[in-house]
Design a binder for this molecule. Structure first.
Ligand code: C6P
Length: 397
């Protein structure tokens, strides 16, 4: 039915749109926009540097943002590193972990990874002579865990897997993968770009070593993301970005690193964005992450029902245990053409390979159209999508 939350999102009031590209980025509530404006109008200064009150206020707010994020995922505040986003988090980590690898070591990822969790490992593997291995996907759009059990072995040093696929919606068995990786002493990294916005996350429960996610996919601003790491892991790891703010002492010859998390946050950070992200988390916590998850599940079920009634449509992803999105193709019509007609009808979806080319190749697809949902979406938005697809079929047949 209707959704009173929409009134919090100025763009959704200002523009008549069924915004169904939330896996790409979400809209921002006025609370988050206002928090950023407030910061610039009343608290703006650099952090960690000034003795004056204003800088101390900004520093405190920035520290509080670490605390808010930490509480949200069940971590300690010194385990939260602010980055530019998921891509940045994984790149920073890959460069740091590179120094722990040697020739012949193995890195295990999966066939459903986003390019951001493929290319950094390809590069690292090339540089150190490590081998990159892929957990295959079954015809039911799930990780082949039998194969995973063979792929992950004593040569494995790193396992990096997506929690919720941004194309299939598949929710992967992280706990099982974590246990597998740890059995062989490998570190496990979770790409939480899609899961953290949509479900309650507890890093202690998952027992992952690292978790990467983006603020902009969870009603926060762009330019801010998170790299969570277990304190013991982060303490042992060398930083890969160097400069101001991340050191204790510097001589002409050498430097010592600051404590966590500063060690991994070189340069002036995205202060306003971090404060915006903290406000986004408060907004989501106010709703409750369980409710956020259930709402996404309901909409996805509804979309599956509505779309499967359209003749010639093929829906990708598992039937059950999937996230808040649905990728599909309409027989004989290019995904770009479907989205263009949808665009004309005020429905925003994504078309193409969604930065998962190896995944599309696995199913011999050129691309797909993807509708992805969030807290403010309604069944009416999905009705509009279904109607638009029917129109596209009529026009393009
Ligand atoms: N996926 C999508 O439309 P960044 O761009 O750094 O905030 O997030 C990268 C990323 C990493 N992993 C997963 C699983 C993702 O879904 C994304 C971003 C968007 O699906 C943009 S390509």
């Amino acid at each position: 039915g209707g959704n009173s939350m929409k009134k919090d999102f100025p763009l959704l009031t200002n523009i008549d749109i069924a915004y169904l590209d939330n896996a790409s980025t979400t809209q921002k509530p006025k609370q988050v926009i206002q928090a950023i404006v407030d910061f610039y109008e009343n608290s703006n200064a650099n952090v960690h540097r000034g003795i004056y009150n204003l800088s101390q206020k900004a520093s405190l707010m920035y520290a509080e943002a670490h605390e808010t994020v930490a509480k949200f995922i069940g971590a300690n505040e010194d385990e939260i590193i602010f980055t530019k986003g998921t891509t940045d988090s994984i790149n920073i980590l890959a460069q740091s972990l590179k120094k722990t690898l040697k020739e012949g070591d193995e890195i295990v990822i999966s066939e459903m990874e986003h390019h951001s969790n493929i290319i950094p490992w390809q590069q690292v593997a090339k540089e150190v002579g490590a081998r990159l291995k892929y957990i295959p996907i079954t015809d039911k759009f799930e990780l082949d865990m039998d194969k995973a059990k063979k792929l992950i072995n004593k040569k494995t040093k790193i396992v990096s897997v997506v929690h919720m696929s941004n194309t299939l919606g598949t929710i992967n068995p992280i706990k099982e993968l974590t246990e597998l990786a740890h059995k062989f002493g490998a570190v496990i990294i979770i790409d939480g770009a899609q899961s953290v916005p949509h479900m309650p996350i507890d890093v202690r429960g998952l027992d992952c070593d690292f978790l990467a996610f983006s603020g902009h996919k969870m009603v926060g601003p762009t330019g801010i993301g998170v790299l969570y790491g277990k304190r013991a892991r982060l303490e042992k790891l060398d930083p890969s970005v160097f400069g101001g703010g991340m050191i204790k002492e510097v001589t002409k010859e050498a430097a010592t690193w600051a404590d966590l998390p500063e060690k991994f946050e070189a340069g002036t950070p995205a202060i306003a964005q971090a404060i915006g992200l903290a406000e986004a988390i408060r907004y989501l916590e106010n709703i409750g992450m369980k409710k956020v998850f259930v709402h996404g599940q309901k909409l996805t079920k509804y979309a599956q029902e509505q779309l499967s009634q359209i003749e010639g449509i093929e829906i990708f992803g598992p039937e059950e245990n999937r996230g808040s999105m649905i990728a599909f193709n309409v027989k004989g019509i290019h995904p770009h053409d479907v989205s263009e007609i949808l665009n004309q009808k005020g429905v925003a979806v994504r078309a193409g390979n969604h930065c998962t080319m190896p995944l599309h190749n696995r199913f011999e697809l050129q691309g797909s159209t993807r509708a992805s949902f969030y807290i403010y979406n309604t069944e009416e938005d999905i009705d509009r999508l279904a109607k638009g697809i029917r129109t596209a079929k009529e026009i393009l047949k």
